[in-house]
Design a protein around this ligand. Structure first.
Ligand SMILES: Nc1ncnc2c1ncn2[C@@H]1O[C@H](COP(=O)(O)OP(=O)(O)OP(=O)(O)O)[C@@H](O)[C@H]1O
Length: 278
């Protein structure tokens, strides 16, 4: 299947509303290694996009760039109409300053594979920190919102616990509450179940499913949970060797694509070896 078909199929949506994220010919190199080789990708405001592909294909790099954790070598990333890395003044283009990056980053929440919670803070303090220090929300409001969010992810009885007192699944649910309390327009999930014991995966997927079903936030998931991607994604994007090799609805990508590299990846995946890149 030609990936332009999917672009056409999404055109109705695209005509009505502007994408919240636009990648425009984005390249990224680490030294000699060119990891992304011209990514063009639009994400609509409430769209749920799953990124799949072999290990090393550049999935994490794509979303780390959106979180401003990596800077593109070439190209533009536009978030809600603002160029992430560039500012314009008097018709001159400058590299974005930290204030600009912080303001764009405020629209984006990210959950990582390894939780990244502050170990010396209770889980309530973990959630309150960014609203107070980044969004400058008053302490009482931040506390109220954080408690509500922690209750939503089923941790209302653990507010005063420290991360070390929680299971991996619970830590990951705190990480989600902490991102959601910032009321982001876009949520990024980077292999959030990969570090978990199998019996804890379900509770984390349940929270993501719940966020997805609410429907108002764009979501980008890097995942090896293919069934889950099929269940919740509006679109699946297959990345291979730093390019988007295929994209479309879950049925198009997972069941009816003729792309040989994708078929080979899915075949390896179904046979329990999804992670090799050749
Ligand atoms: N900071 C960095 N410095 C050097 N190389 C990097 C850096 N970050 C990523 N890479 C390399 O870029 C390539 C793509 O990495 P990336 O993590 O984006 O792939 P991925 O598709 O998410 O892989 P995986 O499924 O294994 O997580 C890899 O070869 C990786 O080693």
């Amino acid at each position: 299947m030609d990936s332009s078909i999917s672009v056409k199929e999404n055109s109705q949506k695209r005509n009505a509303i502007e994408p919240i994220v636009k990648y425009r010919d984005v390249h990224k190199s680490f030294g000699e290694l060119e990891v992304l080789k011209g990514i063009n990708l639009d994400i609509m405001p409430s769209e749920k996009v799953a990124l799949i592909g072999p290990s090393g294909s550049g999935k994490t790099t794509i979303i780390r760039m959106l979180m401003t954790l990596e800077e593109p070598t070439l190209g533009d990333i536009i978030v809600d109409g603002r160029n992430l890395w560039k500012m314009e003044k008097d018709s001159k283009v400058f590299r974005a300053n930290e204030k600009h990056l912080r303001s764009v980053r405020g629209d984006i929440g990210m959950v990582f594979q390894h939780f990244n919670l502050f170990p010396h803070m209770t889980i309530l303090e973990n959630c309150m920190s960014a609203p107070i220090h980044v969004k400058k929300i008053d302490k009482q409001t931040a506390k109220k919102r954080s408690i509500e969010m922690l209750e939503k992810v089923g941790l209302g009885d653990k507010l005063d616990n420290y991360p070390s007192q929680l299971s991996g699944g619970q830590k990951q649910r705190v990480a989600m509450a902490r991102a959601l309390v910032m009321r982001p327009k876009i949520m990024l999930f980077d292999e959030v179940t990969s570090a978990l014991d199998p019996e804890l995966v379900g509770e984390v997927l349940e929270v993501i499913r719940d966020i997805a079903n609410k429907g108002d936030m764009a979501m980008v998931l890097v995942t090896h949970e293919m069934d889950f991607a099929q269940e919740i994604a509006d679109r699946i994007v297959f990345l291979d060797n730093g390019i988007i090799a295929e994209q479309g609805t879950p049925t198009e990508v997972l069941e009816s694509s003729n792309n040989e590299r994708l078929q080979s990846f899915l075949h390896r995946f179904r046979n329990g070896n999804s992670f090799s890149s050749s």
